[in-house]
Design a protein around this ligand. Structure first.
Ligand SMILES: Nc1nc2c(ncn2[C@@H]2O[C@H](COP(=O)(O)OP(=O)(O)OP(=O)(O)O)[C@@H](O)[C@H]2O)c(=O)[nH]1
Ligand SMILES: C[C@H](OP(=O)(O)O)C(=O)O
Length: 213
């Protein structure tokens, strides 16, 4: 079974690196639109058997319910991505063979790319999809779910590869244009402006005239 989970911290604490450009209202709206785009895409991919969200945020739960997504209720104080994932992994049934871990801030995510990814993870224990900029991991696939502990944070791309290597596991790095843009900074938003045709996120930014900043 292929399970995809999406991580969403409380929206009023999300996207703080955009504080200088966007108001709290705009940052919540941005997080809301990106989550919609990610869940909308994932729930259309036929080779993903189930989609879940890990969150304590009421707004995120309401969006997830529109897509019939399973809700993993996290405690109110979000303790970070790694703890949120650990909590999910501990509760999963044994028939989950591949756990696809997604952030909620990759609105360019596409059905075709996820379909490709699902085909390609079969021969690997750990699949790392890096972010375009810097040294991070955008998407991580663990086969099976607890095969390594996750290490989201500083240099997570290298950390995930190192953890797999140390455990003697097969791992690979998959470069994907649609999965590599996570929205953290104003430059990311500007890129989204040119590439995000058809996404709810681009619509939200345009309706709120956010590109005028
Ligand atoms: N469930 C859950 N998700 C988290 C947690 N921390 C981060 N995330 C999610 O993980 C993804 C990547 O996080 P970041 O890129 O740091 O995004 P962010 O925290 O909204 O942005 P900054 O405030 O600018 O760091 C986003 O979808 C976050 O909502 C957490 O403690 N719990
Ligand atoms: C989640 C983190 O990246 P960020 O989006 O916070 O730069 C990471 O890649 O481990």
């Amino acid at each position: 079974m292929n399970l995809a989970i999406v991580l969403q911290k409380p929206m009023n604490k999300a996207k703080t690196r955009l504080k200088n450009w966007l108001s709290l209202y705009e940052r919540i709206g941005l997080a809301d639109s990106m989550l919609y785009d990610v869940l909308n895409t994932l729930s259309k991919v036929s080779s993903i058997d189930a989609v879940g969200i890990v969150t304590s945020d009421a707004r995120a739960i309401a969006i997830a319910k529109q897509f019939g997504v399973h809700i993993f209720h996290e405690g109110e104080d979000a303790l970070g991505m790694n703890q949120a994932i650990q909590f999910v992994v501990e509760t999963l049934p044994r028939d989950v063979q591949h756990l696809f871990i997604f952030p909620a801030d990759i609105p360019l995510i596409s059905c075709d790319e996820i379909t490709n990814l699902v085909k390609m993870v079969k021969n690997h224990s750990v699949s790392v999809i890096p972010c375009k900029k810097g040294t991070g991991t955008n998407v991580l696939v663990l086969s099976p779910p607890g095969v390594i502990q996750t290490a989201f944070g500083l240099n997570s791309r290298e950390e995930h590869c190192l953890l797999a290597k140390k455990a003697g596991l097969h791992y690979w790095v998959f470069h994907s244009s649609s999965l590599s843009l996570d929205i953290d900074t104003i430059d990311d938003l500007l890129l989204l402006k040119t590439m995000g045709q058809g996404t709810k996120t681009k619509d939200f930014l345009e309706r709120n005239q956010i590109f005028k900043c």
